[in-house]
Design a protein around this ligand. Structure first.
Ligand code: NI
Length: 189
């Protein structure tokens, strides 16, 4: 069996090549920074979660945005990484054939049918994305992002206690970006 380190290296290389031309949203950092942040959350969750399949979760974490944000297809992922990984990444993909408003709830419904590690990746993804919002975001946009985050937390309840607690805390912290600028000095709209 392949060791975790080799699995990680092969997978992050594939993902980094696929996302090569992209930056982290709102920042000038290569996209792979986002992927490694999600992977880090998964490493920490694995230490706290009994019976957690770390190899599977890490691969799903590193590949989670490939179908949504790059020309990678489900078929290609299945060929390279197998059906379990490809199904998981598909569940984590917002289906662009649906109306915008239905995409998140559709994805969450698919995630709930997958092994719990897939929900853990979704939680980890949102935890890492709840950093300071990009400067050009309006309060309405921030509020919407917060609402989506609460929807994720509610829909995936029971999937991973450790990551749920972390997301809950991040949501609480993110609320400060909705407060008047004078109070926190952080919000600019
Ligand atoms: Ni992501």
């Amino acid at each position: 069996m392949t060791d975790i380190q080799t699995l990680y290296q092969e997978t992050i290389r594939f993902a980094a090549e696929k996302h090569a031309s992209q930056k982290v949203k709102g920042l000038k950092l290569p996209y792979v920074v986002h992927l490694s942040n999600v992977a880090m959350e998964i490493f920490m969750a694995a230490r706290k979660t009994h019976g957690f399949d770390l190899g599977y979760a890490l691969q799903v974490a590193l590949l989670h945005d490939t179908i949504e944000d790059t020309p990678t297809t489900r078929v290609e992922l299945e060929k390279v990484f197998g059906k379990d990984i490809s199904d998981a990444v598909w569940a984590l993909t917002r289906d662009c054939r649906l109306l915008e408003d239905y995409r998140l709830s559709d994805s969450l419904a698919k995630i709930r049918k997958c092994p719990r590690e897939v929900a853990a990746v979704k939680l980890a993804d949102r935890i890492t994305n709840l950093q300071a919002p990009p400067k050009n975001w309006t309060k309405a946009h921030i509020r919407e992002y917060l609402y989506d985050s609460q929807q994720i937390l509610a829909a995936l309840h029971g999937a991973n206690e450790y990551l749920e607690k972390r997301l809950e805390q991040k949501i609480e912290e993110y609320n400060t970006y909705l407060q008047p600028a004078g109070k926190t000095g952080m919000v600019k709209v």
